[in-house]
Design a protein around this ligand. Structure first.
Ligand code: C5P
Length: 224
């Protein structure tokens, strides 16, 4: 019998702080980290570069199977991301990549094609996985499941700050609108819609800083 690898899932809408929180917890525990949104963003970037129609399910599914990506841990919790050997760590963070990712993530065969790739991240001594369907689909038997949320306004403000720091040219009102559109698409899609797993604990981070969220999650992990 293969030994069950412990998994903590952190799901939630865009900009709730999942990525930072997951990275800190993985580092604290010395566990592996899966940023599943990055995989959808990589597929989106690859489709953009190759001019693949975002509605062409067959071509996108083939591309999802073929996708040649590498996640290279750096010091601290940083990870360099390569697509076909090219460093695209910054490029996949644009709103264009996020929105395209959200469109192609609604296609079931595309999600199926990416399933095993995500499960392969579950290695000793454990995994912290962040995304939209980590607790509901990809790691449905995970020991600890978190659903991290925050108001759309607050999430747009955080994303605005992040993008500004990276010197992207952004507009707050446009970001709120994009976040609301992406939420709607992610929560209403037929396949793997964004929702808390039945056994997830829900944390609203609108009025919490990252350390407070991490503390709440660490307390919860101690109890499971
Ligand atoms: O989390 P991030 O913003 O990087 O994800 C980009 C998009 O990828 C999301 O809006 C969502 O549509 C999709 N996604 C998904 N399932 C995941 C992770 C991301 O559908 N597990």
């Amino acid at each position: 019998m293969t030994k069950e690898i412990p998994v903590i899932t952190i799901d939630g809408p865009s900009g709730a702080g999942k990525g930072s929180v997951a990275a800190i917890i993985a580092e604290k525990l010395g566990w592996n980290l899966l940023d599943s949104g990055a995989i959808y963003r990589l597929l989106a970037l690859s489709a953009i570069k190759k001019n693949i129609d975002f509605e062409n399910s067959e071509l996108l599914t083939e591309e999802a199977k073929r996708l040649n990506v590498e996640f290279i841990p750096q010091k601290g919790s940083e990870i360099r991301i390569l697509l076909d050997g090219e460093d695209v760590t910054g490029e996949i963070r644009t709103e264009k990549c996020g929105n395209t990712a959200s469109k192609i993530a609604a296609i079931l065969p595309v999600r199926d094609a990416l399933l095993q790739r995500q499960r392969d991240f579950a290695k000793e001594p454990g995994l912290v996985a962040d995304g939209r369907d980590m607790g509901t689909v990809v790691f449905s038997s995970a020991a600890a499941k978190i659903f991290l949320t925050a108001s759309a306004e607050e999430r747009a403000k955080r994303r605005y700050k992040q993008l500004k720091q990276k010197e992207f040219n952004v507009n707050l009102a446009a970001l709120v609108k994009e976040i609301e559109e992406r939420d709607l698409r992610d929560t209403t899609r037929k396949v793997a819609p964004l929702k808390p797993a039945e056994d997830a604990i829900v944390i609203d981070s609108s009025n919490l800083d990252i350390d407070q969220v991490v503390q709440q999650i660490m307390q919860h992990i101690d109890l499971v």
